[in-house]
Design a protein around this ligand. Structure first.
Ligand code: MLT
Ligand code: ZN
Length: 447
């Protein structure tokens, strides 16, 4: 063992320091981001994290916090750094009286959802990677997912975050009070900072009442403008909690890769997956809304929970199906809803012009103008493709990152959506939280 490994073993115990077989820590889920971990250390407490940080600060070595490694922009991929594996911090404690959960950074989103359900409540953030994605990672990236349209992103669930600064100091509001307006809310700043300000060790999150009834439907449309107009109309309805858009090519890919039958007897250019929740008769409410919608060419209704899961599969299996046909360029962007349909139509020929061999797969959280544009068949390192797409997004008044963050993937394009003055303030904030630049070097802000 090296001096560094010895010092870390002293802090956390030798069983929790790994110096071999580190490839799992060095590569992200998609295979797009490949780095190199110097070693991995798995602390069991915030105090141990403080010791690890002090050791790395003294040794001038970067620390990359990692949970489920399900992020899609390279934000948890090391570049010769020490990986801080947070998965041992997996406690989940529900406080049913307060309607809150305190979860360790390493608890999975699915574990938090299950604990909430057992208490008759629910956690508002849901995403397809729920079984691997951790609370620490979702706080660090302000994950949004499938229900943010109505329930909000991770920041909206946050009561408090406990996090360790590179100085070893722990920040937390400690009270669990939902109203605490006493000045700068540093824990909240940590949310969405992509591991660059502090290491999240635990979060206190709000839980919501479980709706008594829910209903799911898959709606088919003849074209994009009709589907987007339907989404714009449905998002005004308080009962609608999910509005997910899919295109014919993605549906065909999912059916082929996952051996699923086509959802309708004939193919339709655009589909919307819609879910309604209500105290009673969600199916009746959803049915009436669909009936009144112009442009619906066909509809499949989930008659029970198993049937709803069958409809959800067409949406949730997109990511995995795309990864089966190649390492994708993952361009998670946001567009103003009025520009959504024309962007989707125009971006395809723009990509085909420069990269005739490219396959473009698009789907997303259309209720919030969030489009997931994935491209396979192009060298994963060919940034010219990303440049063409992200410039089109900025010109349409959109954002280069809707929910996945900046990571190592999109720093180059930050000036398209953030001013030099803003980035200068970010650098000052970074210096105040992490004066030695130890935390997640090279992520979010260029090194
Ligand atoms: C999704 O909504 O499917 C996720 O953000 C993952 C992805 O973009 O692949
Ligand atoms: Zn998404």
């Amino acid at each position: 063992m090296t001096d560094l490994a010895d010092a870390l073993a002293e802090a956390v115990g030798p069983l929790h320091v790994r110096t071999d077989d580190l490839s799992g820590y060095g590569t992200d889920w998609t295979g797009r981001w490949v780095g190199h971990a110097r070693l991995a250390v798995a602390p069991g407490t915030a105090e141990e994290i403080g010791k690890i940080l002090r050791i790395c600060v003294d040794a001038h070595i970067g620390i990359v916090p990692q949970g489920g490694n399900t992020g899609l922009v390279g934000g948890a991929v090391p570049d010769g750094d020490v990986v801080l594996d947070l998965r041992r911090l997996d406690t989940v404690e529900v406080d049913p009286v307060a309607g809150q959960v305190r979860a360790g950074a390493g608890a999975t989103v699915a574990a938090v959802q299950a604990a909430a359900r057992a208490a008759g409540l629910r956690y508002g953030v849901d995403l397809a990677s729920r079984d691997s994605a951790t609370i620490g990672g979702t706080v660090a990236t302000n994950a949004a997912g499938l229900r943010a349209l109505r329930l909000g992103d991770t920041r909206a669930q946050m009561i408090d975050v406990e996090a360790v600064l590179s100085t070893g100091a722990v920040i937390s509001r400690r009270t669990g009070l939902t109203r605490d307006n006493s000045g700068y809310d540093l824990p909240r700043w940590v949310c969405g900072s992509e591991g660059t300000l502090a290491v999240v060790t635990a979060a206190r999150l709000r839980l919501l009442p479980e709706p008594a009834d829910r209903a799911t439907a898959l709606l088919a449309f003849p074209d994009l403008p009709a589907a987007v107009a339907a989404a714009a109309s449905l998002r005004r309805e308080p009962a609608i909690e999910v509005l997910e858009l899919m295109l014919a090519a993605g549906i065909a890919l999912v059916c082929e890769q996952q051996a699923l039958p086509a959802p309708f007897p004939v193919d339709h250019p655009v589909l919307l997956l819609v879910e309604a929740t209500a105290p009673a008769d969600a199916a009746g409410i959803l049915g009436a809304l669909v009936e009144a919608l112009p442009g619906v060419a066909d509809a499949a209704v989930g008659v029970d929970a198993a049937d709803s899961r069958r409809l959800w599969a067409y949406r949730e299996l997109h990511t995995e199906s795309v990864s089966r046909v190649g390492v994708p360029h993952k361009l998670d962007v946001a567009l103003p809803l009025p520009a959504f349909a024309s962007f989707v139509t125009e971006v395809q020929p723009a990509v085909a012009q420069g990269w005739p061999e490219a396959a473009v797969w698009m789907w997303g959280h259309v209720g919030e103008g969030n489009l997931h544009l994935n491209v396979t068949g192009v060298d994963p390192d060919d940034e010219d493709l990303d440049d063409v797409v992200l410039r089109m997004v900025a010109e349409a008044g959109g954002s280069i990152s809707a929910e996945h963050g900046i990571g190592r993937a999109k720093q180059r394009w930050l000036p398209l959506v953030r001013s030099a003055e803003e980035i200068a303030v970010w650098r000052a904030v970074k210096a105040a939280f992490d004066p030695t630049g130890t935390l997640n070097p090279g992520v979010l802000l260029p090194k």
